[in-house]
Design a protein around this ligand. Structure first.
Ligand SMILES: Cc1ncc(COP(=O)(O)O)c(C=O)c1O
Length: 354
């Protein structure tokens, strides 16, 4: 019997490098990047800065380090940082923003991950001896826990205006900013022009094995380079990471549209399954969130059922299961996932009815 391939929809971080990336890694020109001497890293940093329309960029090992380095480089200890209450930085980065950057997070609820500028403005404290100094507003784009939703250039423009008016910086966790750009069919600079600085990940839909870039002005990136060193993220022959990143930026951005199409197809299929509910308005990029609360089981039970049928799904808690499309997931895999989902729901509903 041939082994049936598992359909892994937990995250786009499970993508493996392309053959072209592996070739590029094999032939990359290398040097010591802590001395600034790795030509491949230097090339990637220049390319990333140019793509984002900013002065400079620095490569870091992960998205989490990119966010932490950026927080440290935009603020001083004790400052207040406004962010969205479902933000990755607030949920999934082990509290580094407080434990290491020494910041007071001020989370604000939002619709679809898009901060309301009036609510942001109301949260900004006066500069007065009693209050932590509000120095930074953060957005996440696309927004992971909201289901891969896009914060549009227009929405960024308004938030950027609020930040500037109050003498604050404006930062974007753009881990999946290319998904946002491809979804709206616009240049990524249409987003980045409204923020002071940002990060994006190579290691998600862009399929690289590792790496994220922190991008902004020369001064900001200089501070980021120092903070990367503080955190132990200065890498030596990091050209082996950068080589794959160059291939990703040159070849793999536009194909994200395939992931979006597959997510849409999956979401529409799941929305027709009795017992599941899907907010189709949130399916804007490569994620689908299934609300399984009507099944009356913990999401772990649902995910185990799916696994029995060869499909891996992620959890975002509160009766919600997340499915993420990515390179390697084709229409046939989405169809297999649909079959598994229908079978799992039937099994669980059968149990509930019994
Ligand atoms: C929005 C967002 N920011 C940051 C990160 C952190 O990236 P990493 O897993 O590379 O640390 C992730 C990871 O999924 C993410 O979704």
């Amino acid at each position: 019997m041939t082994k049936v391939e598992v359909v892994d929809l937990r995250s786009d971080t499970v993508t493996l490098p392309t053959d072209e990336m592996l070739e590029a890694i094999r032939h990359a020109r290398l040097g010591d990047d802590v001395y600034g001497e790795d030509p491949t890293v230097n090339e990637l940093e220049a390319l990333a800065a140019e793509r984002m329309g900013k002065e400079a960029a620095v490569l870091v090992p992960s998205g989490t380090m990119a966010n932490l380095v950026s927080l440290m480089s935009n603020t001083k200890r004790g400052d207040l940082v406004i962010l969205e209450s479902e933000a990755h930085m607030y949920w999934y980065e082990a509290g580094g923003l407080s434990a290491i950057a020494g910041l007071l997070p001020w989370p604000l609820k939002s619709e679809f991950g898009v901060l309301n500028p009036d609510v942001v403005e109301a949260a900004i404290r006066p500069r007065n001896i009693h209050f932590p100094e509000p120095t930074l507003i953060c957005v996440e784009n696309t927004h992971n826990r909201h289901g891969g939703t896009v914060v549009s250039p227009k929405q960024l423009e308004v938030l950027g205006y609020v930040a500037r008016t109050h003498g604050m910086r404006f930062y974007m966790d753009g881990a999946r900013i290319f998904n946002a750009a491809v979804a709206l069919g616009v240049d990524v600079k249409d987003f980045t022009r409204h923020v002071d600085n940002l990060m994006f990940c190579l290691s998600k839909g862009l399929s690289c094995p590792a790496g994220s870039l922190v991008i902004g002005t020369k001064d900001f990136v200089e501070r980021a380079r120092r903070n990367r060193k503080v955190l132990g993220g200065g890498m030596r022959q990091a050209g082996i990471i950068a080589a794959a990143g160059i291939v990703a930026l040159e070849k793999l951005v536009q194909r994200l549209a395939d992931d979006h199409r597959n997510a849409r197809f999956l979401a529409e299929g799941c929305a027709r399954v009795e017992g599941l509910s899907v907010d189709l308005a949130r399916v804007q990029t490569n994620m689908v969130v299934l609300d399984i609360s009507d099944l009356g089981v913990e999401d772990g039970v649902f995910r185990s059922k799916l696994k029995e049928h060869g499909v891996l799904a992620g959890s975002i808690g509160r009766g919600k299961v997340r499915l993420v499309t990515h390179r390697g997931i084709e229409k046939e895999h989405v169809e297999r996932a649909m079959d598994a989902i229908i079978t799992a729901v039937d099994d669980l509903r059968g149990k509930a009815d019994a």
